[in-house]
Ligand binder design. Sequence first.
Ligand code: FNR
Length: 382
Amino acid sequence: MRLNDCHNSEDFRRLAKLRLPGPVFHYIDGGADDEATLRRNTAAFDDCDLVPNVLAGVQDIDMSTTVMGRKIAMPLFLSPTALQRLFHWQGERAVGRAAEKFGTYFGISSLATVSIEEIGADYACPKMFQLYIHKDKGLNRAMVEQCKAAKFDALTLTVDTIVGGNRERCLHTGFTSPPRITPHSFLSYAAKPAWGLNYLLREKFELPNLSGHVAEGSNVALSVGEYFSTMLDQSLDWETAAQIRAEWGGEFCLKGIMSVDDARRAADIGATAIMVSNHGGRQLDGSRAPFDQLAEIVDAVGDRLDVICDGGIRRGSHVLKALSVGAKACSGGRLYLYALAAAGQQGVEQALGNLRAEIERDMKLMGVTSVDQLNRNNLRWR
Ligand code: FNR
């Protein structure tokens, strides 16, 4: 299987599986507990159907939208994800360049493998930094200050990782960051020598945004669940979220909002956006899908902040359904991570190109020329 054979997310997923050692692939692919929420996140889109209009003169399509004060060229952006240089040696650099090319937001994780400074200086796309609140308050403050200095467009506070989700695939494979090769996992790493050579020969793998703070912690091989449960601050509450918003002072998003009440409180503390998200099914299994919660949340706060539908998006038609409900934009992780693992920057660009082509084709087939023409009349629930 080659890159030319990749026409959709599932194709990239299969190629990623061929390229990555099992523990790394399953870290990306897996969810919490029985993975019911992971499956539901995408399946939810099948519970409603698009109802097209025709004869609309659709030769000129404008799929741009404005999110958190920045115009983006397509209504889909790249959610922050950790450890990208573990999936391909180009890591965040590949994803940032692709976001630049497609004129959309690049979400950079606190657990990114390149620094805030580098991303701030070198990438022209709209940039959002995703903050995890660590117990080390100096670290939280330092990251916010670095984002200000690097002129990031938005700060996103992730609020659904108060403890680590139970990622059983990672328990089975023994996945840790940095990877710890044990007698149990040796064969899965040895089976992918190309990945191993790249990992060993390229610059040292580290988490630069944590250095000087939890450096010892970040160098010890931890599972991501252990990291969340030991390093993050479980006392995080609305007051702290409001303080961080005030310290930051710019576009501020809460990621991991699932209830109408929390969406209202987000607006009350001055958030300018929320990502309706369950962390890609990696945290609370049995939680509802973002798309299932979207309509209620849009109805409650859609006029007060930007509502973003995050998770489960694999097709352009999923984006059109979320926009028809009233989301300002969609975002996703695995939709570009499989492609990154499969072929670095070229892979991410191909995946985004496929999705952009799907969005454009589907807009034409729906009889709309701009995303604000999509509304609930374009949808019927089964
Ligand atoms: C994530 N996600 C995530 N979220 C976050 O706020 N900070 C992070 O560091 C990470 N890291 C991360 C790693 C991997 C491998 C995945 C798959 C996901 C969650 C991510 O931002 C997003 O919410 C989900 O990926 C959305 O679900 P889909 O699009 O992957 O289905």
